[in-house]
Structures are given as structure tokens and as C-alpha cells.
Design a protein around this ligand. Structure first.
Ligand code: NAD
Ligand code: DAU
Length: 365
């Protein structure tokens, strides 16, 4: 495979995947297809935008005719599909947009791959990036779980590839539906597909509506830190570059028709994680230790808030020799330093500057 279409490459995880593929595989042509919604930010890719094997295409995955033309024009052989509406809180307010992008957008890409490849599937792959949220919520029934520093496990059960789908938010319902379409195209048309379901990512370039960058930004500006409910919900956190590395491995060595779970083996209760971020950020800012804990503000819980996610990624670890980073606190500190050092990147988002600049540059053709 030489001509690779990466969708959603201007977003958080997508930008790390694009960077990895562009740098690691100079022999590939990488086409980053992105609509540049509020979550798409080409500043995330400034360091590689001049590389000869990188190409940006502003397009909507829901526009089937356009997508098909892109497949044909660029002789696309491999797809890494990340484009999506990704924020659970937004899905609660506006489920239609999530159904459209995540379900119909995925269907449009699958159909374009099928029509373009016409049964000639040798050396082709459609790789769909999905979430652990499709499996629903786990119990947090292990109160002794967790180390001093907060890491889990916080329960007895884990999501594995055989776990029944039980999505509970409009976001996860839309992602579950897209996963089913991907499998349906494998079963019905033998389209070579692979799916990974990953836990919560963190790292540079994450849109500051998500918990970790939001907390860092609020500490910096001494703004209240909103904790949903009692902060007892548990998430399994994975450094984004570990996810990108897993995507690279699965894209090149995963088996068509298979699903692989990806997780960090690193469960944290939200409140413990927030306190850990405060501890590190206060130190880096030269604040008195724990000063920013006074910013913690318990607010109304998210509707249908899933209690716990925890991933069993042994299939990926055993079959494809992938491992998450072992030192979470080092990666968390690296991430916090990145947000503190890249003030302009954050300010451009909060002021809306990032949208103006690139929207002018890439007007819809
Ligand atoms: P993000 O919101 O940061 O980025 C999404 C990108 O998709 C943006 O660049 C946006 O412009 C683009 N996009 C949205 N609608 C589009 C459309 N109609 N056509 C073309 N482009 C469109 O998302 P993220 O956090 O980087 O997540 C990427 C993928 O990984 C998603 O599919 C998400 O479900 C999945 N995922 C995310 C996480 C996580 O922790 N963030 C974990 C597991 C899986
Ligand atoms: O598990 C994978 C999923 O992780 C991805 O599929 C999603 O795209 C991604 O957004 C993420 O979903 P979450 O809902 O878990 O992430 P978020 O950062 O929104 O919230 C993390 C936890 O923190 C969650 O339990 C809700 C809580 N929270 C979040 C925000 C934004 C708060 O307590 N306060 C907040 O202000």
C-alpha cells in the first residue's frame, strides 16, 4: 500500500497518526481528509505540512460523490478512518450531528472503498478507529483497587473483544453503529476491514473541551475545575503516541475481519487524576503545593455518565507485540509541560483564531 487516506487528520489523535506515517514512511503518499469542524486544527500539523508526501484535502466524509472521486483521483489503497464527532457532552446536546458524521460518514467511506476497489482487495485495507465506549459501562466494585498515586484496577471486569456492545450515550451509539457497518462490509462484501477500540487518550494537541487539557488550562487561568458528579467515574488513560504506534502496527500487521482492543492498563478515578494534574501543574507553575485544589468545583453529573471503562488489550499485546508506555506520570508531566509551553496554541483555540486562519487558506472547493 502506498496511497493512504487518513480521515480526521487535523484532529487530536489523527494529527499524531498523520505525523507518524508521514515521517516513518516517506515512500507513502499520505492524504489527510478533514472537514475542519471546530475540532480540526491544521496548526496541529505545522511541523510536517511542507513534507512532499503529505497532502491535505478539505472535504466532508458524508459527501459520498466527493469521497469516491478522492479515492479514484489518488488511487487510495489503504484507509485509516478517524474522522468523527468525538465529544460525549456535545452528543447529548446534538445527537443528529453525531449520527450523520459517525454513521453516514463511515458508510460513505466504506461504500467508496467498495466501489473503487471493485473486489480487487489484494493489498487493500479499511481500518476503522473506534472507542471502548461501545461496550457500555463497567462496575467499580473493587474499592481496594488503585495504588497510592491513583492507578487502578478499580473493578473485576474488563472489556475484551467478545464483550457485547451496550452503548449508553448518543456518541457511543453512533460509534457502535459505525463498527457494525464496518463488520457488515467485511461479512457481506469481503471488504478487508479491521477495527480497534481504544480507551481515553491524552497528550499534546487535544481540544481543550476534554478533561485533561481543560483542567490544565483552568489551573493556569485560576478558573473553576468542573468535576461531574462526585468525580468517582473511572477511565483508562493511554498516551496518544502509544495509540498512534498501535494504529501503525495494526494497519501493517492486523488481520482483516479482526477487532483489537487498545488500552493503557491505567485506570484513574476522575477526582484522583484531577488532583494529580493539580499537583504537577502547581509545581511546574511555581505555585504553593496543592494551591489549585481550591478550584475544584463539583457540578451536575453528565446524563447517563458511564461509571467505569477498563480495557483488556492482551490480544493486541500477545498477537502483535504492542505495549503501552509504562510510566504514566512521566507522560502526564510531559503533556502538562506541552500545554504550558504552547500557550499560543491554546490561546488561538480559545480566541477562535485557529479557525479563521485555516478556513481562509482552504476554502471549500
Ligand atoms: P477530534 O474531535 O479531536 O478530531 C476529529 C477530527 O475529525 C477533526 O479534525 C474534525 O475536523 C474531523 N471531522 C469531523 N467531522 C468530519 C466530517 N464530516 N468529515 C471530515 N472530517 C471530519 O477526535 P479525536 O479525539 O482525535 O478522535 C479521533 C477518533 O478516535 C474518533 O473516531 C474517536 O471516536 C476515536 N477515539 C477517540 C478517543 C479519545 O480519547 N479521544 C479514544 C478512542 C477512540
Ligand atoms: O473512552 C474513549 C473516549 O474517551 C473517546 O471515545 C471519546 O472520544 C473521548 O472524548 C473520551 O470520552 P470521555 O467522555 O471519557 O472523555 P472526557 O474528557 O469528556 O471526560 C473524561 C471523564 O471526565 C468523564 O468521566 C467525564 C469527566 N469530566 C469531563 C469534563 C469535560 C468531568 O468531570 N469534567 C469535565 O469538565
Amino acid at each position: 500500500m502506498k496511497n493512504i487516506l487518513i480521515t480526521g487528520g487535523a484532529g487530536f489523535i489523527g494529527s499524531h497518526v498523520v505525523r507518524l506515517f508521514v515521517n516513518k514512511y516517506p515512500e507513502y503518499q499520505i492524504y489527510n481528509l478533514d472537514k475542519l469542524t471546530y475540532a480540526g486544527n491544521l496548526e496541529n500539523l505545522k511541523d510536517i505540512e511542507q513534507k512532499p508526501n503529505y497532502h491535505f484535502i478539505k472535504a466532508d466524509i458524508c459527501d459520498f460523490e466527493r469521497v469516491l472521486q478522492i479515492f479514484r483521483d489518488h488511487k487510495i489503497e489503504g484507509v485509516v478512518h478517524l474522522a468523527a464527532e468525538s465529544h460525549v457532552d456535545r452528543s447529548i446536546k446534538d445527537p443528529f450531528t453525531f449520527a450523520k458524521t459517525n454513521i453516514l460518514g463511515t458508510l460513505s467511506l466504506l461504500q467508496a472503498a467498495k466501489e473503487c476497489w471493485k473486489g480487487n482487495y489484494e493489498g487493500k485495507l479499511f481500518y476503522h478507529i473506534s472507542t471502548d465506549e461501545v461496550y457500555g459501562a463497567l462496575e467499580a466494585d473493587n474499592p481496594q483497587g488503585g495504588s497510592q498515586s491513583g492507578g487502578g484496577p478499580w473493578g473485576r471486569d474488563f472489556f475484551c473483544e467478545q464483550t457485547k456492545y451496550a452503548p449508553r450515550s448518543p456518541y457511543s451509539a453512533s460509534k457502535a453503529s459505525s463498527d457494525h457497518f464496518v463488520r457488515a462490509f467485511f461479512d457481506t462484501y469481503t471488504l478487508p476491514t479491521v477495527i480497534t477500540n481504544c480507551s481515553n487518550n491524552f497528550g499534546p494537541y487535544q481540544f481543550p473541551e476534554k478533561l485533561i487539557p481543560l483542567v490544565i488550562n483552568n489551573i493556569k487561568h485560576a478558573k473553576p475545575i468542573p468535576v461531574y458528579g462526585k468525580g468517582e467515574n473511572v477511565r483508562d488513560w493511554l498516551f496518544v503516541e502509544d495509540h498512534a504506534r498501535a494504529i501503525d502496527i495494526v494497519f501493517h500487521s492486523g488481520q482483516a475481519g479482526e477487532t483489537y482492543n487498545i488500552g493503557g492498563n491505567n485506570e484513574w478515578k476522575n477526582i484522583d487524576l484531577i488532583k494529580q494534574i493539580i499537583k504537577i501543574t502547581d509545581r511546574l507553575l511555581g505555585n504553593e503545593s496543592g494551591k489549585s485544589e481550591s478550584l475544584i468545583c463539583f457540578v451536575t453529573d453528565r446524563a447517563g455518565h458511564d461509571l467505569r471503562y477498563a480495557i483488556d488489550s492482551s490480544k493486541l499485546q500477545d498477537n502483535l507485540a504492542w505495549q503501552p508506555s509504562s510510566d504514566f506520570n512521566a507522560k502526564l508531566e510531559e503533556t502538562i509541560r506541552w500545554y504550558l509551553d504552547n500557550e499560543q496554541w491554546l490561546n488561538n483555540i480559545t480566541s477562535g483564531e485557529y479557525e479563521k486562519y485555516y478556513k481562509q487558506m482552504y476554502e471549500e472547493r
